[in-house]
Each structure stands twice: as structure tokens, then as C-alpha cells.
Design a protein around this ligand. Structure first.
Ligand SMILES: Nc1ncnc2c1ncn2[C@@H]1O[C@H](COP(=O)(O)OP(=O)(O)OP(=O)(O)O)[C@@H](O)[C@H]1O
Length: 361
């Protein structure tokens, strides 16, 4: 498959501050790529460079295989959706959605409400634009709101208008910068599936910036994990969950924070750090790992157990919802599948393979 967008060895410095450090990212045609990482890791800067709103200090930016470093944002066929919606408060929903088309297809005079009708071709152009606006509004459930002003809309509706404005441009690439972070948790989940549907509907590539791993896991087919201005790992959600190349990636991915156990915590893996997810560790009287039970949280379908190793490390395990929780303070045994153990170098944090590990009983 060919890339619609590629950052090739991009570095971006602001004075002496290197914000992107030799970043390479490939976005395939029609894919959904999430740029995931903590605040300040360089996600937005990468997206702005893709959009043409910022330029790399060195490295290449390829849109459809062509170097676009010399092109401004408006010359690239990409649409960007911001967290802040960036809507014009004095324009109606229809006018906000139509804006990129009116700017492109109507002259200053043609845009004027009355005089515009005397400009040759303007009426026809307006009709075409209105049809596109109505189509976009239909696919986003905004038909009823076309005459309203942004001030009277909810956060979710405003974000839909911002998406509509991107949609009417029929761009080659959609760039979305934390578009859901101003919404409450329930609406975020709903909008998440709406954005996924929009992606399927358009068949275009989406690049989506987020610091929320759940969002990235739920929507993306490629996740690019960025740490400190570098790409730590790029791959499918499953790759990243099952084979994180670094302990920091392992710590970032997964609904429950992964446990890191050190030598002496009960699993002998030489001097490696052992990564074991709570969902891969469960109470079992025949289990090989022993720990003190410190607390339990009943979550309905499962019970989250907080434990402490004999060396003093805190970690967590998950028991099924019908597990009879022993007295707090007692020692319990836990089992895990050996293939679910991740081993990381204690110094570099890099994933190790081929190192044996066994429980110390
Ligand atoms: N115009 C600028 N001038 C100086 N420093 C900047 C500029 N833009 C970004 N930075 C710095 O670059 C770093 C990366 O910023 P960026 O916005 O790309 O991070 P991010 O991962 O998107 O973070 P967030 O999730 O908080 O938006 C930050 O330390 C930021 O302060």
C-alpha cells in the first residue's frame, strides 16, 4: 500500500529545544493512524508539520509521494480539525460548514448576499456548495441545526460542525488534533464511534492526535507512540499491546497499568525487569507467584486485587467477579501464562527476547 503522508527523518527545533528528533511516520492510504503520547512529546507539532502549519528544521514531508515542504497549508489538500472547534460565532452552522468552499469557489463579490447573485456563475456555485453542505450535514446528523449559530450548540454538535467543515473539502487527508478532549466522557465515547464511521464513509486517511490510549486502541489501525520527541514504536494496537518494544510503551498501552517486577519480586529473569499485565495475573492456589493481599475492588465482572511482593513492590492482579476474596493481609498465590511475561532491560528499558524466566517459590 502506498503512503498518503510521510514524515521522513523530521527534526524540529525551537531555538535550542529539539521538539522532534528524527521522526519518521508513514500514513497509508485509507488508514486510521493515532499519534499517541504524553503532553509535550511532539504530537501536535508532527500534525502541524503534516498540515503545512509548521515546517521541519530538517527532514522531508511527502504528500502522495511529493515533497510538499514548500507548500503552505492552503495549497495542500488536507483538512485539520482542532480541539477548540475553531468555528466563526457570527456565521450559521451552514455558513461555517460551507466556508472552505465559499473561500475556494466564490470571489469576494460572489460571496456577498445580494450583489453576489449578479456575479456570473455565483448562483450555480452557491447551489453546488449548498448541496455539499447538506450532504455533509446529513452524514453528521446536523440537518436540523443548519440555521443555528455555534453559540447555541452543545460541545458535541460544535465538534460535528468542525468535522462537517473538513468533510466538504473532500480532502486527501484528515488531521484531527485531540478533537474530543473538550467533551464529557459519555459523549466522547459516542463521538469516537461517529469519527470511526466518518472514516469508513470517506475511505480517506485520518491522523488523530490523542494522549488517551483507549481512544487510540479503539479507533486506530496504526498507533504511533511518541516519547520525548521520538517515535518509540509504530504498529497495530495488538502489536503494541502484545510486543511493546520498550517498557515506556508497555506502560502507555493497555487499559490497566502494566506491573513492573524487579529481581527479587518472585519471578527470576536474571537482571531483567518483568512486565506483567494485571489481566494476565490471577489468583490460583497452584500458582507459582506469592504475594500479600493489600486491598480489593469489586468491579462487577471482575475484582481488582492490590498486592505486595515479599520484596515490597506493589502490583495488581485481576480475579473473576465470583472470586471469594481472602482476608486482607493474607498471602495468596497467583498464576500467569509464561508467554504473557514481557522482559525489559533494566538499564535501557528495551524489550529482551530469549531470556528465560521462572517463578521463585
Ligand atoms: N511555537 C513554539 N515555540 C516554542 N516551543 C514550542 C512551540 N510549539 C511547541 N513547542 C514545544 O514543543 C514541545 C512539543 O509540543 P507539542 O504541542 O507538539 O506537544 P504535544 O505532544 O502535542 O503536547 P499536548 O498534548 O500538550 O498538546 C513542547 O515542549 C512545546 O512547549
Amino acid at each position: 500500500m502506498s503512503s498518503i503522508m510521510e514524515l521522513r527523518d523530521v527534526t524540529r527545533c525551537f531555538d535550542s529545544n529539539t521538539v522532534l528528533d528524527h521522526v519518521s511516520i508513514k500514513v497509508e492510504q485509507g488508514s486510521f493512524t493515532a499519534l499517541l503520547g504524553a503532553s509535550g512529546c511532539g504530537k501536535s507539532t508532527s500534525l502541524r508539520i503534516m498540515a503545512g502549519l509548521d515546517r521541519p528544521t530538517s527532514g522531508e514531508v511527502l504528500l502522495n509521494g511529493r515533497d510538499v515542504r514548500g507548500q503552505n497549508a492552503y495549497e495542500r489538500n488536507v483538512a485539520m480539525v482542532f480541539q477548540s472547534y475553531a468555528l466563526y460565532p457570527h456565521l450559521t452552522v451552514a455558513q461555517n460548514i460551507a466556508l472552505p468552499l465559499t473561500m475556494r469557489h466564490l470571489s469576494n463579490l460572489g460571496r456577498m448576499p445580494l450583489l453576489g447573485s449578479f456575479v456570473p456563475g455565483a448562483t450555480e456555485a452557491r447551489r453546488t456548495i449548498m448541496n455539499k453542505v447538506v450532504d455533509a450535514a446529513k452524514s453528521l446528523g446536523l440537518e436540523e441545526l443548519l440555521d443555528r449559530k455555534p453559540g447555541s450548540l452543545s460541545g458535541g454538535q460544535k465538534q460535528r460542525v468542525a468535522l462537517g467543515r473538513a468533510l466538504v473539502r473532500d480532502p486527501a487527508l484528515f488531521l484531527l488534533d485531540e478533537p474530543l478532549s473538550n467533551l464529557d466522557a459519555r459523549l466522547r465515547i459516542r463521538m469516537r464511534s461517529e469519527i470511526s464511521s466518518l472514516h469508513r464513509l470517506t475511505g480517506k486517511a485520518f491522523v488523530y492526535v490523542t494522549h488517551d490510549q483507549t481512544e487510540a486502541m479503539a479507533m486506530a489501525d496504526q498507533i504511533v507512540v511518541m516519547i520525548g520527541g521520538q517515535v518509540a514504536q509504530a504498529g497495530s494496537p495488538r502489536d503494541l499491546y502484545e510486543r511493546p518494544v520498550h517498557r515506556d510503551v508497555a506502560a502507555f498501552i493497555g487499559h490497566n497499568a502494566i506491573n513492573f517486577l524487579e529481581p527479587g519480586d518472585g519471578i527470576n529473569a536474571g537482571d531483567s525487569i518483568v512486565g506483567l499485565r494485571p489481566e494476565d495475573l490471577t489468583p490460583n492456589t497452584a500458582g507459582s507467584l506469592s504475594a500479600k493481599l493489600e486491598a480489593s475492588e469489586y468491579l462487577g465482572s471482575e475484582i481488582m486485587l492490590s498486592l505486595r511482593s515479599r520484596r515490597g513492590t506493589e502490583f495488581r492482579a485481576i480475579a473473576p467477579g465470583d472470586y471469594i476474596v481472602p482476608t486482607i493481609g493474607s498471602d495468596i498465590r497467583l498464576a500467569y501464562e509464561p508467554q504473557r511475561v514481557h522482559l525489559f532491560d533494566a538499564v535501557t528499558g528495551k524489550r529482551k527476547s530469549g531470556v528465560k524466566h521462572e517463578a521463585v517459590t
